[in-house]
Design a protein around this ligand. Structure first.
Ligand code: COA
Length: 196
């Protein structure tokens, strides 16, 4: 592998989707990093790609013309009040892990989160994933809690750690309103739905 100085991190293009899918499907088949259990097909991936807008970018790491990893910000929820919250997903191609690519992609998505004025980011990390837990802590994510045995994969019940990073600690209602109002005009009104 050529040195990381030759690696380019850039927004994903539709033509990257087969490589992104290959990386993700390998993780589905062989790791507990994702709780998906069936490989994704082209149509599912296209829908996923199109659900990522300017506020929810997908970035890829390209080395020698090949995509060797990707990272994205995804909506945490379709409910409007969550519009300042995103979840980070990060996957490095098998054979390229442990070489610093994950760290570079985290740096890039962390910068994007700041640029986009994201309020907070969440990572859900399965208990076995020490590399991800380490990486999250390194980037200032705090351990919020553990959801006990919420996943079952490869014959085991698995805990999931919730890690969170605050980008804007806006406790002032004025700030909060300014931040979310563009996407979520009715945040001031009481929702008829009582669930978070
Ligand atoms: C987890 C993952 C994204 C990390 O990316 P990576 O390129 O392998 O990691 P890096 O080489 O950039 O290392 C990042 C840090 O984690 C540490 N690390 C890497 N692999 C590790 C391991 N197996 N155990 C403990 N720490 C590890 C590195 O030492 C480095 O720490 P440092 O920055 O303090 O030096 C990658 O291994 C991966 O894609 N794994 C499978 C999918 C996955 O788990 N995705 C995340 C879902 S939450």
């Amino acid at each position: 592998m050529r040195g990381l100085r030759y690696m380019k991190i850039r927004p994903a293009r539709l033509s990257d989707l087969p490589a992104i899918t290959e990386i993700y499907n390998e993780a589905i088949r062989t790791t507990t990093a994702t709780f998906d259990t069936e490989p994704k097909n082209e149509a599912q991936q296209l829908e996923w790609f199109r659900a990522h807008d300017g506020r929810h970018p997908i970035l890829v790491a390209e080395l020698d013309g090949s995509v060797v990893g990707w990272v994205c910000l995804s909506k945490w929820s379709d409910r409007c009040a969550y519009s300042g919250t995103a979840e980070i997903s990060l996957y490095i191609k098998e054979g390229f892990r442990g070489k610093g690519i994950g760290r570079k992609l985290m740096e890039a998505i962390d910068a994007e989160a700041r640029r986009l004025g994201l309020h907070t980011a969440i990572l859900r990390i399965a208990e076995e994933n020490v590399a991800s837990l380490h990486l999250a802590e390194r980037f200032g994510f705090r351990h919020v809690g553990v959801m006990r045995e919420v996943g079952y994969k490869f014959g085991c019940w698995l805990d999931v750690h919730i890690m969170q990073k605050m980008y804007l600690e806006a406790k002032s209602p004025q700030n909060l309103k300014a931040e979310v109002s563009a996407e979520c005009p009715d945040t001031g009104t009481e929702s008829s739905e009582k669930r978070p």
